[in-house]
Ligand binder design. Structure first.
Ligand code: MTE
Length: 324
């Protein structure tokens, strides 16, 4: 839902989308032959992602290919960054990239509280720096029945949470977006009960598919995609992927979440992608892949967005029809 300030980095230093795609092919071929995967793994850690005067190309250099990535065709950079949901910057799909142009996501800090040993307020750099950035190419399925394939750059949420040392009382993790109506004009209207809030069970948060993204397409995260730090949980509807996170809280009880508060009969806490459980106002059986053309046939939606093998066991004993 928004855009970035004029960039101090020369455009020649930024990995072009063509280079990005060529490089990705190169990495994939190398990884398949075992030739360069090791080199990628030993690359330096994450700081370039969050220091604005570092060349963005470095972010591309420290990506690590992941076995969790899909090889489906990527949604174009233009679509990923101009068709957004980020109500803090407006409710239209093209509002965020226009209205977030001047949003400044630096400096940024994250408050950690609740049932953990390492609570307090952390600078974004300190939060991200100890962990290794990875590229994760994931499908994203919005509850509105459209989808994309996005090459995120991020860190496993589990790595971050383990460093914060949750206690045995921590059964859930709650997240909050920045509340600042001066900088986020959409918050001047009460379309949601601000700040935007989301949550996961501790098992979902610790799952290796769950990441905190700091970039996409090898670049730092554009404002409209949730700069500087957003959640990505690929087997859940996109609204679980809370953007511009400023608070992480370890809780013993299920946290309240924005969309569940706004329309409890339409948006559950779990919100796992499920083609068999329709939204009260539309079918969830099929989805429109953004960029596939206005007249392209919708494609079938997959259980858990295609990640059932990895995550279905998290929900053993849960009635998926009720807790979608
Ligand atoms: N996070 C915040 N803070 N505010 C929002 O309005 N929208 C959600 C999610 N995260 C939203 C948010 C919804 S509905 C979707 S589908 C995804 O962000 C969209 O992410 P994208 O714009 O990067 O594609």
């Amino acid at each position: 839902m928004l855009i970035r300030k004029p960039n101090p980095i020369r455009s020649s230093e930024i990995t072009s989308k063509d280079n990005y795609l060529n490089r990705r092919e190169f990495i994939r071929a190398g990884a398949a032959s075992g030739a360069i995967a090791g080199a990628s793994l030993s690359a330096p850690a994450a700081l370039a992602a969050v220091i604005p005067d570092e060349p963005l190309a470095k972010l591309a250099d420290i990506r690590k290919p992941s076995p969790f990535s899909t090889d489906e065709t990527l949604t174009s950079y233009d679509d990923v960054t101009t068709y957004n949901n980020f109500y803090e910057f407006g409710t239209g799909k093209d509002d965020p990239h226009r209205n977030a142009r001047d949003f400044e996501p630096q400096p940024w800090s994250i408050k950690v509280d609740g049932h953990a040993e390492n609570t307090g307020t952390f600078h974004l750099e300190d939060f991200v720096k100890p962990h290794t950035l990875e590229e994760r190419i994931y499908r994203m399925r919005c509850v509105e029945a459209w989808s994309m394939v996005i090459p995120w750059v991020g860190i496993p949420l589990a790595d971050v949470l383990k460093a914060l040392k949750p206690t045995s009382k921590a059964k859930f993790v709650a997240f909050e977006t920045l509340y600042d109506p001066k900088r986020m004009p959409g918050q001047r209207r009460r379309v949601l009960d601000w700040p935007y809030r989301e949550g996961l069970t501790i098992a979902e948060a610790m799952h290796p598919l769950t990441i905190l993204a700091v970039g996409l397409y090898g670049e730092v995260l554009p404002n409209q995609n949730g700069a500087p730090l957003r959640l990505v949980v690929p087997w859940k509807y996109g609204f679980k992927g809370i953007k511009s996170i400023v608070r992480i809280r370890f809780m013993s009880r299920m946290p309240q979440t924005s969309w569940n508060l706004s329309a409890p009969h339409e948006y559950g806490f779990y919100a796992n992608v499920n083609p068999e459980v329709d939204h009260p106002r539309w079918s969830q059986a099929r989805e429109r892949r953004i960029g596939s053309g206005l007249f392209a046939a919708k494609q079938p939606t997959l259980m858990f967005n295609g990640y059932a093998e990895e995550v279905a066991s998290l929900y053993d004993g849960l009635d998926l029809r009720r807790n979608y």
